[in-house]
Design a protein around this ligand. Structure first.
Ligand SMILES: O=C(O)CCC(=O)C(=O)O
Ligand SMILES: [Fe+2]
Length: 313
């Protein structure tokens, strides 16, 4: 898949050098970000901040985690990540995951490692935290660009203060011959925004606006930045959360890390984005209540557009 498609997810350079706030290259990247988000709801950020040792270290840590006995891994399910978001996926045989709340803080990661390892695991905590912090920072740079582009940067500070992060680490095993290759069912993220980073094996597919599915080819320094349902409502539909899924066409297991931002309190469309031509499409909503609504029952989880049902005008 992907190679025959007309679609290719835009790649945008996010090197530190390139991203001095307000510089010419910042403005250029911002423009690219907006056009990718408005067209695909996502893009690939090329981050030279992710050195190879960091990348390899993080995924070595994940291998160690997923190699733990199943009973140990199950303990995480009963420790209930704050956002109760891990149970969203109908059971897919190829897929395993664990959720970590407050993933961009040492406290959040340590709370998780102390459940998995009786004496914690400093090495794991350090490696994962260096990635989760970087992913959270990247997401905020992108959010700042979005706020600036829409002329609503005055709300950015309060956005920044209310953002919390859930990290989901995933392992997909290779599909056997004649086995269904689906690794993760088609869905939109319930977050404000998400980031996705993977190890070696491709598999992520995005649905374009014309309905065509296309694959995303990722390198060790790529992070996919994706719009969730909350930014779709906040932006009054200017940015749409794309449907995406995972297909395990390749060889070997696939490890990935998705990190989701959730807003504490009410999310609402800035009045600056509304006028006669752009009437309000989503009522102000409580992001955590939205997650509860989504998780409540099978019927809600199957909705094509849960956010419209929840708070659409
Ligand atoms: O593993 C991936 O690449 C995607 C995971 C995903 O879409 C999710 O966790 O919401
Ligand atoms: Fe997702």
């Amino acid at each position: 898949m992907g190679s025959l498609s007309l679609h290719k997810l835009p790649s945008i350079n996010f090197s530190k050098e390139n991203l001095k706030l307000g510089s010419e290259s910042w403005c250029k990247a911002r423009k690219e970000v907006m056009s990718a988000l408005e067209e695909y709801g996502c893009f690939v950020a090329l981050c030279d901040d992710i050195s190879l040792p960091l990348h390899n270290g993080v995924f070595k840590a994940l291998e160690e985690l997923f190699d733990l006995p199943t009973e140990t891994k199950m303990k995480n399910k009963s420790s209930k990540p704050l956002y109760g978001y891990v149970g969203q996926i109908p059971v897919v045989p190829l897929y395993e995951s664990m959720g970590i709340d407050n993933a961009n803080t040492i406290e959040g990661i340590q709370a998780f490692t102390s459940v998995m390892w009786p004496n914690g695991n400093e090495g794991f905590s350090e490696k994962l935290l260096s990635y989760t912090k970087l992913a959270a920072e990247l997401e905020l740079v992108v959010a700042r660009m979005v706020f600036e582009s829409y002329g609503v940067e005055k709300y950015f500070e309060s956005h920044l203060k209310s953002a919390g992060y859930l990290c989901r680490v995933m392992k997909y095993r290779e599909a056997e011959l004649n086995e269904n290759k689906l690794g993760f069912v088609s869905h939109t993220d319930k977050s404000f925004m998400s980031t996705i980073h993977q190890y070696q094996v491709n598999g992520l597919e995005i649905k374009a606006k014309d309905g065509e599915w296309f694959g995303v080819d990722l390198s060790t320094s790529s992070i996919v930045v994706m719009a969730g349902d909350a930014i779709m409502a906040w932006s009054n539909d200017r940015i749409q959360s794309p449907h995406h899924r995972v297909m395990m066409e390749g060889k070997g297991p696939r490890y990935s890390i998705a990190q989701f931002s959730f807003m504490e309190g009410i999310v609402q469309t800035p009045e600056e984005l509304l006028d006669d031509e752009h009437p309000l499409k989503f009522k102000p909503f409580d992001h955590i209540e939205y997650l509860k609504f989504f998780s409540r029952n099978e019927e809600n989880r199957k909705l094509e557009c849960a956010i419209k049902k929840f708070c659409g005008v």
